[in-house]
Design a protein. Structure first.
Ligand SMILES: *[C@@H]1O[C@H](CO)[C@@H](O)[C@H](O)[C@H]1NC(C)=O
Ligand SMILES: *[C@@H]1O[C@H](CO)[C@@H](O)[C@H](O)[C@H]1NC(C)=O
Ligand SMILES: *[C@@H]1O[C@H](CO)[C@@H](O)[C@H](O)[C@H]1NC(C)=O
Ligand SMILES: *[C@@H]1O[C@H](CO)[C@@H](O)[C@H](O)[C@H]1NC(C)=O
Length: 507
């Protein structure tokens, strides 16, 4: 995510100061800290600096994670990667746990995205994923993850159409100003002291299910289901997904009143929606509409294929968890049938025949036969369909899609240059590649040479700052966006762990 608005960017240093206030007044703002290199630097070619905040200034410290860090770095021989991994693996814990209530019966965790004092549902799930395996061996990590599940449940019960939320009032943290005025005669009303941004993004629902079932599978703990907000939010979300499958027009050619719309006065096309906020018209396909993408940019056609694919996977996982525990069995049946309908919709309406690559997944469609042929770096993406568990790496449609996505001739948002080659995003403009997409390329490849090339590009493009950026210019790595972007730090950590397990000695 990123707020494209320049007025919001001006506020960042102020917001960051509020985020780090939990670690004491003497601690530097991490927005400042992450914008300059700190010593000692690694002895490798790239002289990767040490970017962890001083121990007293970390927002969450944990001995199991420190042990995991030293276990993993002992398997890395490249000095630059050892330092880079040591910076990025603990980054979410070191810098983004803005508030944590470790009450064992009802824990809560508020994770900021990085340089903005707000919690995105999708980002916070991804920020936490690398630590979930350790929840099984450490109760403090378990409380941290369960706290995030409770927090997201509370946020989504309050306003299911939000993508990013303000700190809860009881945390004592100040709400962040976002300077966004949306038309509340169109968008379902919300309170801007609890909702940071009211963009409806389908993958937020999937991300909430993902952190819930991933945590349960790792630990066997399902206490979070006793939190009233969890069952309520799952029940609300399932009802909302059913409504989002509806076509724009009914059988009498009258307009079906949409559940959610978003209209904003702005001069940036990607920050508002077509049709007075409703989005472009759709026919029934089984897929669910979304107004915004995981980049926080508006969709052009409302059936965003990778978000639907991800949602379908997570609905199956949700249903299987509920069945195995033996609770909420009615919701489980609804989740399963929605998962089936969406999956069928993706295969029946979410692919097109490309003149060069054959049958490929489209990025967005509308059920009328229109389709957008591209991929965006933000996850869930088409490149990541294997990472999300929707198809096997060998799936022929995926293989065709992958060749198309990784081609500067065929994907309008693939860029190649001197330092980095990969998928970018309309969100950051031309010639900027997102390291996140390079990590996903590596995570979804079983070709050692390709995986090594991905790793080499990531370590070469930190702009001397030893952390992952949101985007990097293909010819000028010093031209980047976001020095403190926790989601990408967590994702690249997952990639490194995955790569050294699959290809020992690769770095
Ligand atoms: C680190 O490695 C040691 C030795 O193999 C092992 O006993 C321990 O469980 C590991 N700790 C973590 C957190 O991975
Ligand atoms: C933990 O939360 C529960 C439920 O909100 C509350 O009843 C209890 O008093 C809390 N315990 C502590 C130690 O704060
Ligand atoms: C909420 O909206 C009001 C009215 O537009 C504005 O004055 C206020 O600054 C906003 N608060 C936040 C936290 O954005
Ligand atoms: C593996 O990846 C490399 C680098 O991208 C490429 O040149 C090679 O053809 C790939 N090998 C196979 C078997 O696909």
């Amino acid at each position: 995510m990123k707020i494209a608005d320049s007025s919001a960017l001006l506020l960042l240093p102020l917001l960051a100061a509020a985020a780090t206030s939990v670690v004491g007044a003497d601690c530097p703002s991490y927005t400042d800290y992450s914008s300059a290199p700190h010593s000692p630097a690694s002895k490798g070619k790239y002289r990767i600096p040490s970017m962890r905040p001083p121990p007293d200034c970390r927002t969450f410290s944990n001995p199991t994670i420190e042990q995991a860090l030293s276990n993993i770095t002992s398997l890395i021989s490249d000095p630059d990667w050892r330092q880079l991994f040591s910076n990025i693996f603990p980054n979410t814990l070191d810098t983004t746990v803005a508030w944590h209530n470790a009450n064992t019966t009802s824990p809560y965790t508020f994770l900021v995205t990085g340089d903005i004092t707000a919690q995105w549902i999708r980002d916070s799930t991804n920020q936490m994923l690398p630590y979930v395996p350790y929840a099984a061996m450490d109760d403090d990590i378990a409380l941290l993850v369960a706290g995030l599940i409770n927090m997201q449940a509370e946020e989504l019960v309050g306003y299911p159409y939000g993508n990013a939320f303000q700190p809860p009032r009881r945390s004592g943290l100040e709400p962040a100003e976002n300077g966004i005025a949306v038309d509340l005669t169109v968008t379902p009303p919300f309170d801007n002291t609890t909702v940071f941004e009211a963009k409806f993004e389908l993958d937020s629902f999937a991300s909430f299910f993902q952190i819930s079932s991933t945590y349960w599978r790792a630990t066997g703990d399902y206490d979070f289901m006793y939190n009233k907000a969890w069952g309520q939010s799952v029940s609300n979300i399932l009802g909302i997904i059913e409504k989002l499958q509806e076509p724009t027009y009914n059988s009498k050619h009258m307009v079906n009143k949409p559940l959610v719309a978003y209209n904003r006065l702005t001069d940036t096309a990607t920050e508002t929606q077509f049709g007075g906020g409703m989005g472009n018209p759709v026919k029934y396909t089984g897929m669910a509409k979304t107004l915004f993408r995981p980049s926080d940019d508006a969709t052009i056609f409302p059936f965003l294929v990778p978000a639907n694919a991800f949602l379908s996977v997570e609905l199956y996982r949700l249903s299987s968890m509920l069945d195995q525990i033996g609770v909420y069995l009615e919701m489980s049946a609804v989740a399963k049938s929605l998962a089936d309908e969406i999956r069928r919709g993706v295969f029946e309406h979410g692919t097109v025949v490309h003149p060069k690559h054959g049958r490929v997944f489209a990025y967005e469609t509308d059920g009328y036969g229109s389709a957008l042929v591209m991929d965006d770096a933000n996850g869930p993406s088409l490149l990541g369909l294997v990472y999300q568990g929707f198809v096997d790496e060998k799936d022929p449609v995926y293989q065709n899609t992958r060749r198309m996505i990784l081609s500067a001739d065929d994907n309008p948002w693939f860029f190649t240059g001197a330092y980095i080659h990969g998928v970018g995003s309309p969100h950051t403009g031309f010639q900027k590649v997102w390291p996140m997409a390079v990590a996903v390329q590596g995570l979804t490849s079983s070709n050692r040479t390709e995986v090594k090339q991905c790793l080499d590009q990531l370590v070469a493009t930190t702009s001397g700052l030893g952390l992952m950026h949101e985007s990097v210019h293909v010819y000028r790595p010093e031209d980047y966006t976001r020095s403190w972007f926790a989601w990408c730090n967590s994702l690249v950590s997952q990639f490194v762990i995955d790569a050294i397990v699959r290809f020992p000695g690769i770095i």
